[in-house]
Design a protein around this ligand. Structure first.
Ligand code: HEM
Length: 483
């Protein structure tokens, strides 16, 4: 009996010691993550001159960030007819931290460090890096569920392969055939508007439908009406995702893609054609196992194209409309230019015509500068890296802020918040005071927007690119409406 008690005692002590050691290891690694590492990174960057709001245990700067956002959201923007100074309104925390800590500052999302970069040269270094140092961070939560492993989320060889397909599908030559369909889509919308004369129109909603239609035709050779159900589902998905009600989130299905009907229908029709869906289907049948993509990959790619292209384009058209409604002198100039080139008939609008739409192009650029649909994008580094004169440790997030560079008075001048399309009369270089990296609405480098592809590797300039052309087609029709 004596032996048994001492064995039990021995066992109990062993279990307790193991549990204690386990808890101690977890606590140490937890403290390392939420205390030691943040303090270490903060000191390391401070020694190189990069400052920022101090790290607060566990929360980082999230509480003050939410407080600032909440405060500005409750107040309407003042003087918005004269000034388009939206940066402090949209990203108050970033605006305030740049003023206090300088152009590149370190902030904290919980214990995760984020270096925000707003110096054009450093942004160029990040976006133009071809060594795979700056990676797209792993997506989590609802974003992962919505986009899965689509093009905008993946890295490495997989990305190279998929990007080739997307480049091919969105290249100008491949898009030529869909231009008449785009014009028709715009005309259908305008016809509908005629019934609303004297009444209010929710232009954002209208442009959402229009851009959905255009992307459906461009990428998938189908029409918006065919995929209407899917669009409604996608919109619901985003709403649910943003309210993070994950229970109902899982119940949402994307019937159009999930049932693979669109893909099967396409297989039944002869040949796959040249649009994006066709290229994906071909890749799904690729004899080379390494190049073959799965049905799930195809679903993720389709969702990505809709998400990446749909809201961004609708947002650009909406803000441009608002700007023209405020600045009627530019509305008149645009209309005069469009009617001067093509008369009242948009169907005769062709590539040559579009290249001549200088004023419309300047207006679109100025709208993209003041109201960039994409405000910025994060990258992550998994090894130590040199950025300009700084040495950044591994396991950091680095973000570039498009809205900050577009609204920087040191680059665009004191009239930076004014709507002045003529600043683009001499191209991007002149508009940015010899700083073309200060105008990057479509990003830059290898991961530049798929809807905005440059030909012949020439210097980035928003005139003459493929996607802007599509917008011009649509927009020119809108401008030609009688006032
Ligand atoms: C005004 C309209 C648009 C704007 C302002 C815009 C802006 C951008 C920006 C800034 C990026 C780069 C993000 C980064 O570097 O992380 C990007 C990437 C992307 N865009 Fe767009 N976009 C627009 C329209 C479109 C359209 C119409 C499509 C396709 C139908 C599209 C598809 C994509 C895709 C797939 C990517 C990811 C590219 C990659 O990671 O390789 N975008 N877009």
């Amino acid at each position: 009996m004596g032996i048994e008690i001492s064995t039990i005692r021995y066992l109990l002590i062993s279990v307790c010691v193991t549990v204690l050691l386990y808890l101690l290891t977890i606590s140490i690694s937890f403290l390392h993550k939420v205390w030691w590492k943040p303090i270490h990174i903060q000191n390391l960057l401070a020694s190189q001159g990069i400052k920022g709001p101090p790290y607060k245990f566990l929360y980082g700067n999230t509480q003050e960030m939410f407080k600032m956002v909440k405060e500005t959201m409750t107040k309407p923007m003042e003087n918005y007819l004269q000034s388009h100074d939206i940066f402090p309104q949209v990203k108050p925390h970033r605006h305030s931290w740049i003023n206090i800590y300088g152009k590149n500052f370190l902030s904290w999302r919980g214990p995760e460090p984020l270096l925000c970069v707003t110096e054009p040269e450093l942004i160029k270094e990040i976006l133009n890096n071809k060594d795979g140092v700056y990676l797209k961070p792993e997506t989590k939560g609802h974003v992962k569920m919505i986009l899965g492993n689509g093009l905008s989320m993946i890295n490495g060889e997989k990305w190279v392969q998929r990007r080739k397909l997307a480049n091919h599908a969105f290249y100008a030559e491949s898009l030529k055939g869909v231009v008449p369909a785009m014009i028709t889509a715009v005309e259908v919308m305008l016809e509908k508007w005629k019934d609303h004369e004297g009444k209010e129109i929710d232009v954002y909603e209208e442009f959402r439908i229009l851009t959905s239609e255009v992307i459906s035709r461009t990428a998938f050779g189908s029409s918006y009406l065919e995929g209407k159900n899917m669009f409604e589902m996608l919109t619901d998905l985003v709403k649910l995702g943003s309210t993070a009600s994950s229970n109902s989130f899982f119940k949402i299905r994307l019937p159009f893609f999930e049932k693979e009907e669109m893909m099967k229908n396409r297989e039944l029709s002869d040949g796959y054609g040249r649009d994006y869906l066709s290229l994906l289907l071909n890749a799904n049948k690729d004899a080379d196992e390494l190049k073959r993509i799965s049905i799930q990959d195809m679903v993720d790619e389709c969702k990505t194209m809709y998400f990446a292209g749909h809201e961004t384009t609708a947002s650009l058209l909406t803000w441009t409309c608002l700007l023209l409604a405020i600045h009627t002198d530019w509305q008149d100039k645009a209309r005069k230019e469009v009617i001067g080139l093509m008369g009242e008939k948009s169907q005769i609008l062709d590539e040559k015509c579009i290249a001549k739409l200088k004023i419309v192009n300047m207006i679109i650029n100025e709208s993209l500068r003041l109201y960039p649909p994409v405000l910025g994008s994060p990258r992550t580094i998994d090894r130590q890296v040199r950025l300009g004169k700084f040495t950044l440790p591994s396991d950091m997030n680095v973000g570039f802020s498009i809205i900050a560079v577009h609204h920087d008075p040191k680059i665009c001048g004191e009239d930076v918040h004014k709507f002045k399309p003529d600043r683009f009369s001499g191209g991007t270089v002149k508009a940015t005071n010899n700083n073309p990296m200060a105008f990057i609405p479509f990003g830059y480098g290898p991961r530049t927007c798929v809807g905005f592809q440059l030909r012949n590797d020439r210097e980035q300039d928003c005139s003459g690119d493929d996607f802007t052309k599509i917008l011009l087609y649509s927009f020119a029709c809108i401008c030609s409406l009688p006032s």
